[in-house]
Design a protein around this ligand. Structure first.
Ligand code: NAD
Length: 435
């Protein structure tokens, strides 16, 4: 099939490369000329495991191309994906200007009957606006499809190639047929393609992210209570996760959720409901619990340093909002860093892949270390914010030797408490007693 993907970010680029991998003729378009120039040379603008090989191979074999000529990319395509950003507007609702701008260009540029697929996360009711924007100038029939994306950054290629399910909101037989065919190579192991109406598909994405964010905030609050009552949240997590009604994923406490999706989608869902007079008390609580949680690590640092971090040098491991990505959008590390800087600390940070992104946001307000051990030199305390694999089994004697005070504040519960006792490191974690 001839496919056009507009917006070559985390979602559009992965979708485009994976659709090319199954034999489609895919053109990825973006307004960012630097990004497109790089992609033509196989320079991948984001860190995403496996994506570089996929882009290189499909480009070399002629199934994948990149352009800034958006009307040109649309013209001739049978299926057109909209995968541009939907950042939060000032009131928290999703900003649709990019989506609707692209829809309008689609209307002007189609040269045949097409399927217009909204892959960006958009509030319920957006399809009607997309239809109006496309329809204003379209000289050919078009069919809408809402196809929310559930990939996880850090495992995006794997998630796209082997999705748990594909959700398709369609209202015509043509859209159903074409989209089912396009996705059939990805669901050969029997994962469902779930067909539904467009409003339900749009809602499914928000409900999924709302549920996942709820689990995180719930566990963070349980963790905070565990600390006060002398319990261990790891034991509680295992205890409840083995209940099949609950399940074991997304039960890890931490320094609050971040990233480009959960914070923005929870906010947007609450704003949508507000506008319709529907109270979403649970999600409001999820949001405020998350805001509070982003500050707990610095509370622990203060305690560890006898009440003040002023003038202290702090080593910080992990800047990205989660491991295996360089994405810093709404990363909890940013709140931790702002809190520490406001209280007069000096920070030396390390991240395996997100340091360039961090530099573009924080500049020289913090120091950046070549290796995680370099970050420790002369620091009073080590704070762990992101659970990168390479931080899981460090040389504790080396950490102890490098730190001025042997203290770790761990936002991800990476280490066994007994081990910390044995090596003689003071250890503060989330939802467990300090040792
Ligand atoms: P992104 O910021 O990485 O990429 C968006 C791209 O769109 C950018 O390259 C930008 O230059 C381009 N763009 C903006 N306006 C354009 C226009 N008018 N024409 C052409 N290109 C344009 O964003 P993302 O993380 O890929 O997210 C895209 C959408 O997918 C969002 O709605 C997001 O909520 C949703 N989503 C994201 C993820 C994720 O993990 N990142 C997962 C599921 C869904």
């Amino acid at each position: 099939m001839r496919v056009c993907v507009i917006g070559s970010g985390y979602v559009g680029l992965v979708a485009g490369a994976c659709l090319a991998e199954t034999g489609n003729d895919v053109c990825c378009a973006d307004i960012d000329a630097r990004k497109i120039d790089g992609l033509k040379q196989n320079v991948i603008p984001i860190f995403e495991p496996g994506l570089d090989a996929l882009v290189e191979r499909n480009q070399r074999e002629g199934r994948l191309s990149f352009t800034t000529d958006i009307p040109g990319a649309i013209s001739g395509a049978e299926v057109i994906f909209i995968a541009v950003g939907t950042p939060p507007g000032e009131d928290g609702s999703a900003d649709l200007q990019h989506v609707l701008g692209v829809a309008s260009v689609i209307g002007q540029s189609i040269t045949r009957e097409v399927i217009v697929v909204t892959k960006s996360t958009v509030p319920v009711g957006t399809a009607a606006k997309v239809a109006a924007a496309v329809g204003k100038n379209a000289k050919f029939p078009f069919h809408l499809c809402s196809n929310p994306e559930f990939l996880k950054e850090g495992a995006a290629v794997e998630d796209f190639l082997k999705p748990d399910r594909v959700v398709l909101g369609v209202e015509s037989a043509e859209a159903r047929r074409t989209m089912t065919e396009l996705y059939s190579p990805f669901v050969r192991n029997g994962q469902p393609i779930i067909l539904m109406d467009i409003a339900s598909a749009e809602m499914t994405k928000y409900a999924a992210n709302g549920m996942l964010a709820t689990r995180i905030s719930f566990m963070n609050e349980m963790a905070n209570l565990c600390e006060k009552v002398g319990a261990n949240v790891d034991a509680v997590r295992r205890g409840i996760g083995s209940d099949r009604r609950i399940g074991s994923s997304f039960l890890f406490p931490g320094p609050g959720y971040g990233g480009s999706c959960f914070p923005k989608d929870v906010k947007a869902l609450v704003r949508t409901a507000d506008g319709l007079g529907v109270p979403l008390d649970v999600l409001r609580g999820v949001e405020s619990a998350n805001e509070r949680q982003k500050h707990v690590l610095v509370d622990k640092v203060r305690t560890a340093l006898d009440g003040s971090v002023s003038g202290a040098r702090v080593a910080l491991w992990g800047l990205a909002f989660k491991p295996r990505t360089d994405d810093m959008r709404e990363a909890p590390s940013l709140t931790v860093i702002e809190d520490l800087l406001a209280e007069g600390a000096v920070i030396c940070a390390h991240d395996p892949v997100a340091m360039d992104q961090a530099r573009s946001i924080l500049g020289n307000r913090i120091e950046y270390a070549e290796s995680n051990y370099d970050a420790l030199q002369g620091a009073e305390v080590l704070v762990i914010v992101t659970d990168w694999h390479e931080y899981r089994h460090p040389d504790f004697e080396r950490i102890k030797g490098a730190l001025k005070r042997p203290v770790i504040v761990d936002g991800r519960n990476l280490y066994e408490m007994e081990k910390m006792k044995d090596v003689g490191l003071r250890y503060y974690s989330i939802g467990r007693q300090p040792v």
